[in-house]
Write a protein that binds this ligand. Structure first.
Ligand SMILES: [Zn+2]
Length: 276
C-alpha cells in the first residue's frame, strides 16, 4: 500500500476559527475582525493498493471565493491535476473518490475527475437541508458543477473504537469510519498500512493533533457535543492501535505520514521507525 499526501494550495483562517469562543460568540466571532493564522495546507490523499487508485477528498480550486473567516491561497497550477502529477499520478487513473465531507475545499477538485464519487449518505441528507444551502448561498460557495456523489452506507459494523464503518477495499484494509461533528455526516478513512499501523485520513475532524488532544469543538460544528464525542472515540482508537492521525489542514500531517509518527496515549506523540 502506498499513501500520498497531496496539497492543493493553502487556506488562512481567523484565530476565532481555530480557537472558538463559547456560546453565541462561537460563530459570531467568525464574522468579526480578528488575527489570521499562517497559511495551512489543503490536503487530499491518494491511496495505491492492490492495483486500485483511490482519492480521499479532492482539494480546492482557484475559483473558490474567500469567506469572512477563511482566505484561499491557490492558483490553477496548484489544483488536483498538478498535485497528483507531483506524486507521479494522473486523474484519469483514479478508480474511486471518497469524500470526508462536503465542504468546498474537499469537493471542488471533483471537477477534474470523471470517476465515481462516494459520500456518506448522512452527509448527503444534511447537504439537502435548508441550513447548508443557505450557507452556500450567503457565502457564495456553490457546489461544483455535476456534483452528484453516490451514497455510502456505513453498514460493515464496528471498526476498532468506531461503532459504524464501511470497508472500501475488498481486503478490508481501507475502511471508512463514522466521525460526525464538523459536519453531521463527516467520515474519516483508515488505511491499515504494510506495517499494520492505522493511517487515519481524518478530513476536518480537527484542524490539528493539538485540537484533538484538547477536545476542543470547532466553530462550525452544528452540535459541539457530537464533535467532542467523536474526538474521544478517535483518541480511544489511537489508544487501542498505533494510529497516524492526519487532518487535512494540519501543517504537520505530511511529516507525520512521511515519518510514520503515531499518536500515543499520553498526549504527546512518538516517532516510529519508517520502513523503506
Ligand atoms: Zn470542512
Amino acid at each position: 500500500m502506498k499513501l500520498h499526501a497531496l496539497t492543493t494550495g493553502t487556506v488562512t483562517v481567523k484565530r476565532s476559527f481555530l480557537f472558538p469562543g463559547n456560546g453565541p460568540r462561537r460563530q459570531l466571532n467568525l464574522f468579526l475582525p480578528d488575527a489570521w493564522s499562517d497559511p495551512l495546507p489543503i490536503h487530499c490523499w491518494a491511496i495505491e493498493h492492490d492495483g486500485v487508485l483511490r482519492l480521499i477528498d479532492t482539494g480546492e480550486t482557484a475559483s473558490a471565493r474567500n469567506v469572512p473567516f477563511a482566505r484561499m491561497g491557490l492558483t490553477r497550477e496548484q489544483e488536483l491535476p498538478a498535485a497528483m502529477a507531483s506524486a507521479g499520478l494522473r486523474p484519469s487513473d483514479v478508480c474511486e473518490v471518497v469524500l470526508t465531507h462536503t465542504h468546498g475545499d474537499h469537493i471542488d477538485g471533483t471537477v477534474h475527475l470523471r470517476t465515481r464519487v462516494l459520500s456518506n449518505e448522512a452527509e448527503l441528507h444534511y447537504l439537502a437541508t435548508a441550513m447548508p444551502s443557505v450557507t452556500r448561498r450567503v457565502l457564495r460557495q456553490p457546489l461544483p458543477p455535476r456534483f452528484a456523489p453516490e451514497p455510502l452506507v456505513l453498514d460493515s459494523g464496528p471498526f476498532g473504537a468506531f461503532p459504524r464503518s464501511k470497508a472500501l477495499s475488498d481486503d478490508g484494509r481501507i475502511v471508512a469510519v463514522d466521525t460526525p461533528g464538523h459536519t453531521p455526516g463527516h467520515i474519516s478513512v483508515i488505511c491499515v498500512d504494510d506495517e499494520d499501523r492505522h493511517v487515519m485520513l481524518a478530513g476536518d475532524t480537527t484542524d490539528s493533533l493539538e485540537q484533538l488532544h484538547a477536545l476542543r469543538a470547532d466553530a462550525v460544528a452544528p452540535h459541539p457535543k457530537v464533535h467532542i464525542a467523536t474526538m474521544k472515540t478517535i483518541l480511544a482508537h489511537c489508544a487501542q492501535h498505533p494510529t497516524i492521525y492526519l487532518p487535512s489542514h494540519d501543517p504537520d500531517s505530511a511529516a507525520r505520514l512521511a515519518d510514520a509518527t503515531t499518536v500515543s496515549q499520553n498526549g504527546a506523540h512518538h516517532m516510529a521507525h519508517a520502513s523503506a
